[in-house]
Design a binder for this molecule. Structure first.
Ligand code: MV4
Length: 502
């Protein structure tokens, strides 16, 4: 087992990995940029090394600096966390060349899954269902011909992309050429590669992903699914496990398919296979494979009882998986809200400032992953996510009620956060009934995004109140706390009666 591990990351995920190492009796090394000199991960690590100024390109993305620290501190392994260099094949190769274990997959697996066309071709050979589309790099004229074959609406996606970058939805043939040019330019700007491919657009899709664990002895298992359809501009906001649209049979089938996708690239360590789920047709399609630990891993940890970070470390140290597939029996329901330093009442404008007051929720079934402390400076240099709030319940209903309670307890003074946004979602009928899809947030944002004059805002508020009052007279309404339990339970009862799963 490793004696010392360097965590090449910051924020909540750095703290998460440091905690796993400490519980395993492994010494730890942190790296930090100028503003992170007094960050929590620096305080929690056994040793800490300065690697540069605030900009990520000068610090957390500097492979040479991180390898230098690893050598100086004589670490056995490096955990990349997520983001930054977590899916950088060059970094994984640099670790290998330096004789330092990269706690993650091989550079080759990262490379293969990072190229979305190679990923599609590779998994298709193992029978993994793909969204109908193009299978190799094509010229503009070939793409135009293919578009007519595939039909509209369709999506243009960047081969070197992922996570929605360089993506365009095209509804009509007339829009295709302009969208193709824009997608190529965006792909070139973001990835230095303007190759794109086409996929038939799956309307009202849900985002279902399968957690994979694979050791270096040929054993690969899955840890069930996560539903991540509540996204805003391709940033996941709320994740849960299990999913209301996945029953036991589908879970087993998607798990087997995800394992096949991982085995297609001789995957080792933790990874996630993303699928698009078409509720209407009850079909699923391979989207991409993420070759890293994901932000939302805690929801899987809670329903399966597996500490995924500790398993990553064990796998990287050459240990055999200690779980067989039959040992993975998910229990209950877990849900995560990503807390960001963004103002939901101002189009999610990122904001910075000092955390003047902090009270994190606790109590039964509540977990907070965060690097916040009272007096911490939230900066605009890094990702706006400042914490993750995860809850567990026997049922989805209990998880929602517990999330409500926890969100109501959460106090972060001094900065604007997305907490009110999550509170609104937890009160939303569509969310409670589980009948949402990936368009859920964009449908809700239409009201907020359009510019409404203050006068119109007031009129809209009066109208909305009258409508809500009228609707409230007929159906159940979300009101004061006791009303919430009664109306929520009624809604859940009705959802169950309608065949929904809660
Ligand atoms: C799609 C899709 C529908 N049809 N592909 C790809 C990256 C991921 N973050 C979102 N992706 C999607 N790919 C096909 N063929 C729907 C999504 C999608 C989505 C698209 C637009 C706006 C929000 C979305 C949220 C989740 C999934």
């Amino acid at each position: 087992m490793f004696k010392k591990v360097l965590v090449a990351n910051r924020g909540e995920i750095a703290v998460r990995v440091l905690r796993a190492c400490e519980e395993r009796g492994i010494s730890t090394v942190a790296v930090f940029s100028d503003p992170d000199r007094i960050a929590l991960h620096v305080r929690y690590a056994g040793e800490a090394y300065h690697i540069g100024p605030a900009p990520s390109q000068e610090s957390y993305l500097r492979i040479d600096k991180i390898i230098d620290v690893a050598r100086k501190a004589e670490v056995d392994a490096i955990h990349p966390g997520y983001g930054f260099l977590a899916e950088n094949a060059e970094f994984a190769a640099a670790c290998r060349d330096a004789g330092i274990t990269f706690i993650g997959p091989s550079p080759e697996a990262i490379e293969k899954m990072g190229d979305k066309l190679t990923a599609r071709r590779t998994v298709a050979e193992r029978g993994v269902p793909l969204v109908p589309g193009t299978e190799k790099g094509l010229s503009d004229s070939e793409l135009k011909a293919a578009a007519l074959q595939i039909g509209f609406p369709l999506m243009i996606k960047a081969t070197a992309g992922g996570g929605g970058k360089g993506m365009r939805i095209v509804h009509e043939p007339e829009e295709f050429s302009r969208a193709l040019g824009a997608a190529r330019r965006e792909a070139m700007g973001a990835f230095g590669n303007d190759e794109v491919y086409l996929e038939k657009f799956i309307p009202n899709a849900r985002h279902i992903e399968i957690q994979i664990l694979a050791d270096s002895h040929g054993h690969t298992i899955h840890l069930g699914e996560r539903e991540c359809s509540i996204q805003r501009r391709h940033q996941k906001l709320i994740e849960e496990s299990p999913s209301v649209v996945v029953d036991e049979a589908l879970r087993e089938e998607m798990g087997r398919v995800a394992i096949a996708a991982a085995e297609a690239v001789n995957y080792v360590n933790a990874g996630t296979v993303e699928f698009l789920f078409d509720s209407k047709e009850n079909k699923y399609y391979f989207l991409e494979m993420n070759t890293r630990l994901q932000v939302e891993h805690p929801v899987t940890e809670w329903v399966t009882g597996v500490d995924i970070v500790k398993e990553q470390i064990s796998i990287a140290a050459g240990r055999r998986l200690r779980y067989r597939q039959e040992d993975i029996v998910p229990k209950g329901w877990a849900m995560e809200c990503r807390i960001t330093a963004e103002d939901p009442f101002n189009n999610f404008m990122p904001n910075s400032g000092t955390v003047t007051y902090l009270k994190e929720p606790t109590g039964p079934g509540v977990r907070v992953e965060s690097a916040l402390y009272q007096g911490y400076e939230v900066s605009l240099f890094y990702d706006p996510m400042i914490a993750k709030l995860i809850v567990w319940g026997e049922t989805r209903a209990e998880a929602i009620l517990r999330m409500r309670r926890a969100l109501n307890e959460y106090r972060i003074g001094g900065i604007k956060t997305s907490i009110p946004f999550h509170q609104e979602i937890m009160d939303s009928t569509e969310f409670i009934w589980g009948t949402f899809d990936t368009g859920f947030i964009s449908r809700r944002q239409l009201v907020k995004a359009k510019h409404i004059s203050p006068e119109h805002e007031r009129i809209a508020a009066v109208v909305a109140t009258l409508v809500a009052h009228e609707e409230g007279r007929r159906a159940v309404h979300i009101g004061e706390r006791e009303g919430v339990q009664r109306s929520l339970w009624k809604q859940i009862g009705r959802a169950r009666a309608m065949g929904g799963r809660c």
